[in-house]
Design a protein around this ligand. Structure first.
Ligand code: KIV
Length: 267
């Protein structure tokens, strides 16, 4: 349950070494409200909404306007969680000026508390510029869904000593640039543990084992709402897909059979 105190960036940072950061995605007002009522510390309006909400195959097509719309809906539903907006593909890569303008729109127009951007050492100057202008940044290293074409698909990263060192360097670069925390995605648990011990800011894992400072999941995966998609790192805490199907079939049957609406639903 929520303690009814707003989760701010300093409060999230201060959890490092004291308690686990619990994070989930949300993309709409009603789900955001439920997530917030459950006391989730950090609510990410992930660009994964390209797939879960908009039906694209990956996160690349989602636009700034779509992300702004969903972020504003989530911000209206969340009272206590820290609302982080995911910056979509090409909204921050072209120039630092454009990154600043677009990140600012999430805060100014949509009510986000912070933004997330993917990338390590090469993205550090962008992270620094946003932070220096008062926009908190959640980093994201390891498996980068916006770079799946370069990575050859959704593949666990950091499996060779060389790649592990590159990702460790990415973590330090993102920390040095001022990120208040970072997502570690698709990494061997031992490497994620090493990174978590090496940086002073919290790490939030997805497919990165138990040694991170917190965990994040896509809410549709946790609730069984995204078809049969269930990679190894996902735990389904509910399987709502079949429940929804059952309810919809019953509604159809009752309308067709004339038993809904009954007198109790009629004026
Ligand atoms: O878009 C997303 O949902 C994410 C998280 C799962 C980390 O980036």
């Amino acid at each position: 349950m929520s303690d009814n105190v707003k989760w701010t960036v300093p409060r999230i940072r201060a959890l490092k070494g004291k308690g686990k950061i619990v994070s989930l995605t949300a993309y709409d007002f009603s789900t955001a409200r439920l997530v917030d009522e459950a006391g989730i510390h950090l609510v990410l309006v992930g660009d994964s909404l390209a797939m879960t909400m908009l039906g694209y195959e990956n996160t690349l097509p989602v636009t700034m306007n779509e992300m702004l719309l969903h972020t504003a809906a989530v911000a209206r539903g969340v009272k206590n969680g820290l609302v982080v907006a995911d910056m979509p593909f090409l909204s921050y890569q072209v120039s630092i000026e454009q990154a600043l303008m677009n990140a600012g729109r999430f805060v100014k127009e949509a009510g986000a508390d912070a933004v997330k951007i993917e990338g390590g050492s090469s993205r550090a100057p962008t992270v620094r510029a946003l932070v220096e202008n008062g926009i908190p940044v959640l980093g994201h290293i390891g498996l980068l869904p916006q770079s799946i074409n370069a990575m050859g698909g959704f593949k666990v990263q950091g499996k060779t000593a060389e790649d592990a060192q590159r990702i460790l360097d990415d973590a330090k670069a993102v920390e040095d640039a001022g990120a208040f925390a970072m997502v570690l995605e698709g990494l061997p648990a031992a490497l994620a543990g090493e990174i978590s011990a090496a940086v002073s800011v919290p790490t939030i894992g997805i497919g990165a084992g138990a040694n991170c400072d917190g965990q994040i999941l896509v809410v549709h995966d946790l609730l069984g709402l995204y078809g049969d998609f269930k990679p190894k790192f996902v735990k389904r805490y509910a399987n709502l897909g079949p429940e929804v199907r059952k309810a919809l079939a019953e509604y159809r049957k009752e309308v067709e059979g004339g038993t809904f609406p009954g007198p109790e639903h009629s004026y």
